[in-house]
Design a protein around this ligand. Structure first.
Ligand code: ATP
Length: 266
């Protein structure tokens, strides 16, 4: 089976800190995977390397048969990788629909002069973009909410808008950085249902960074565990649950509630 994403021996240091060291991870097409690990384990740095925010010191990133190394974030997005961030990054004063339309910019073909002149081609494209954005809002459960100002939406709904915006670029892979942070159990359940639908109905491969073990164990088909920048384990939820290295490095500290041990507590 060929992986949609093949990461080999990836490494990135910041000064003396080896944030990601020699990480090799394969993500199978149409899977739902999670990257877990204590705070500071290197998870977000890993996403930042995949999406062109940082350039790796070493290693390979092959997505859909082509290398992503050296591409800018917008080029990575165009290649089919979308992401959401740990903290919500919506344009708070813009409408919900406009925020989703922004996500489509990497797919637009109209030139600046055409935009300025508001040519027919421009108007037609704008109409298509609006329709697609409305469709995506319906998909994430926000039908009819497009005209609301984003900051007025409840937190869980703002997260949905972010997912709609990421989907607007028509990705093959979506990277979700702590998508259920700050949600109550009911909202997390709804979020899990949405992530499954993203995979099942849109065919998009899903990778989450997630701290909530209920979500991780509930949704992931495959889990990779990072600790101090290193991949210390990978496998199915059942394998990860019973992996002694993981229990010691992460789940154990968490389970026994010793914050000191979790280098920052997860
Ligand atoms: P969290 O769960 O808290 O989000 P994480 O697993 O995502 O943590 P990272 O944010 O990737 O971890 O950080 C890994 C290490 O790299 C940490 O020690 C962090 O301080 C360091 N680091 C990350 N980004 C930078 C940066 N731009 N400059 C310097 N150090 C950084």
């Amino acid at each position: 089976m060929t992986a949609l994403l093949e990461v080999k021996n990836l490494a990135k240091s910041f000064g003396g800190i080896k944030a990601v060291r020699d990480v090799t991870i394969d993500i199978q097409a149409h899977s739902i995977s999670s990257i877990i690990g204590p705070n500071g384990a290197g998870k977000t740095t890993f996403f930042n390397l995949l999406t062109g925010i940082y350039k790796p010191d070493e290693g390979k990133i092959i997505f859909d048969g082509r290398s992503l190394i050296g591409l800018r974030p917008d080029q990575v997005n165009k290649a089919g990788v979308a992401r959401t961030f740990q903290t919500i990054r919506l344009f708070a004063g813009m409408t919900v629909l406009e925020n989703v339309m922004v996500g489509m910019h990497s797919r637009l073909t109209i030139s600046l002069p055409q935009t300025l002149l508001r040519t027919r081609a421009f108007r037609e494209q704008e109409q298509r973009v609006r329709e697609r954005a409305s469709e995506l809002l319906r998909f994430v459960g926000l039908a009819g909410r497009g005209d609301e100002i984003s900051r007025n939406l409840p937190y869980g709904d703002q997260r949905r808008v972010e997912i709609a915006r990421a989907l607007a670029s028509d990705p093959k892979l979506i990277l979700l950085d702590e998508p259920t942070a700050g949600m109550n159990p009911n909202e997390s359940d709804e979020a899990m249902t949405l992530f499954r639908r993203v995979r099942d109905e849109l065919g998009v491969t899903v990778v989450l960074i997630e701290h909530d073990m209920r979500v991780v164990m509930g949704i992931s088909e495959h889990i990779s565990v990072l600790d101090y920048g290193e991949k210390i384990a990978e496998g199915t939820p059942a394998e990860i649950r019973s992996n002694m290295r993981v229990i010691e490095a992460y789940l154990g500290r968490r389970a026994i509630g010793t914050k000191e041990g979790a280098h920052g507590a997860a």
